[in-house]
Design a protein around this ligand. Sequence first.
Ligand code: ADP
Ligand code: MG
Length: 415
Amino acid sequence: MIIVFVCTLPYPSYTARECPAKGSLAVPCTQASGKGFEPVEFSAPARVNLIGEHTDYTGGLVLPMAIPFRSIATIQPSDAGIYELSSENFPSTRTLQSTQGLVPVHEWSDYPVGVLRELLSLGVKPPPFRLHLRGNVPLGAGLSSSASIEVATALAILALADASLSPQAIALLCRRAENNFVGSPCGIMDQFVITAAQANHALLLNTRDLSCELLPMDQDRLAGTRIVIANSTVKHSIAGGEYGLRRREVEIGQSALRARFPELRDLGEATLEQLAVCQSKISPEAFRRCRHIISENGRVRAAREAMLVGDPIELGRLMTQSHISQRDDFECSVKEIDFLVEQALSLPGCFGARLTGGGFGGCTVNLVAVEDAERFAFTLKDAYRRRFLLEAPVYICEAVDGAVRQNASTRPDRR
Ligand code: ADP
Ligand code: MG
């Protein structure tokens, strides 16, 4: 099956926009602990990263956009005086008698419980509640279902506690929950874009100082393109260990660079020339990992320029270069993903293709001419099925808004 999301909103002309990540996002509930409280729903999108991979934990640049898959958190006070967490996507329900001494139990509920713990540490005091999650974000596909449920959960608990935080503060606390409670060493990109994204825009984020800029997806000739995501549906078991190893290699390279050039705060500020000076001090692997990150930051800057002038040829070229760098220097691609990228690049209308997300499986992101997008999706799926006997869901995506409060009448699944 091909899932097609059609972009309907034309965008008249380009204006660079400041990212509104510092305003207040959570909408307080007025009857938080009173009787007759209507369950409140918060919905958070998934995201795809157009370019800027493995740059977000070394102070670099990323360029993601929110996509029209959603996680929805419904919250209501619990009469029983306990905290109850459930999900339509998992059979187990987690019950907490109190919010003291929360520990991970290594299953899905660690994500919302980690968010609850971070909110408590900020002084947010929700009354006992029932939180229910549901959604259609593919799990573990590199489209960030985890950050999506974290952000939806944070908004729901804040609303119940009659509290609000800036989108940036929400993104940061969700990241801390994932790093410290779930134990996944992710960067800030996912949580940030899921809170701050705006429809029809990608979001350029500087992960060192969290400054950001909204870039229109439909400037000039880019208006004639679509973002197409192909889900390989594979996740290699080496992913966890290899990811940790890459992080250590990057850290070694970054330390060597800082020792030689003390003015550098992180790899996000380093140049390829500086890396070359340090080459003899680090392993060939650490050198290649850092070369990927430094060159990737350069490609994100160039991608911004391409988006500003609406040049799909240049943007696509940069995306493909990014893939080659991930494959050869960062070594985080796999044969299924390389196949999807090679096939994509051979098809009419494809400007560029690359692995998106942490790697070792997951999805590819492709920039495709709008008139070719459906045929592209069909042909790519067909080639993948014949080569690997696997179905690759392909999604033609528009860029959507970040997390929002919604009520029954605006629920996408009730339209
Ligand atoms: P990704 O973020 O790329 O989808 P992760 O491994 O980081 O992959 O996160 C996936 C995990 O997030 C799931 O295995 C589950 O524990 C949790 N999760 C995501 N969506 C939901 C949901 N709707 N309900 C419960 N848990 C969810
Ligand atoms: Mg995740």
